[in-house]
Design a protein. Structure first.
Length: 146
């Protein structure tokens, strides 16, 4: 079982969905502001709208929210794509290519998370990257003729 790329691909899909779900929780939880400095910073982030040219003037909270929405969407895209290909029993050669793309994208995502975030997203993104890498390595290069 652990030597089959399908097992590791399913594990990667699971971690992609888990990561998307966990990261989406942040959209429903209010920040816990503990002191005046945090309240002042939150007030500035949510209400200050700098002019960024061409009539574009979002708050930093708007920019943060837009970027924060991209991570669960990336995980959903990866998970749904791989899940669909598994469901359709795509050929190993096709899966190898799609897994290579996923390894590249989630490898870069893992480095960015490791540099700029905190342990939970680093751990889950690392699990995605590792399971995708193992699935890629275990996927046969050519299809065997039966």
């Amino acid at each position: 079982m652990l030597k089959r790329y399908i097992f590791w691909t399913k594990a990667a899909v699971f971690f992609q969905f888990l990561s998307a779900g966990l990261h989406s929780i942040s959209f429903f939880v209010s920040p816990d502001l503990k002191n005046d400095t945090e309240r002042q910073l939150h007030e500035l982030i949510t209400t200050y709208h700098p002019e960024m040219g061409a009539g574009f003037h979002p708050s930093f909270w708007n920019l943060f929210t837009a970027l924060s929405a991209c991570f669960p969407l990336l995980c959903l895209l990866g998970g749904l794509t791989l899940g669909y290909l598994l469901w359709k029993k795509a050929s190993p050669s096709l899966m190898k290519g799609i897994l290579a793309i996923n390894v590249l994208i989630f490898g870069v995502t893992f480095v960015v998370m490791a540099l700029f975030t905190f342990p939970p997203p680093i751990i889950v993104t690392g699990l995605i990257f590792v399971t995708l890498s193992i699935a890629y390595i275990l996927t046969p290069r050519i299809e065997s003729v039966i």
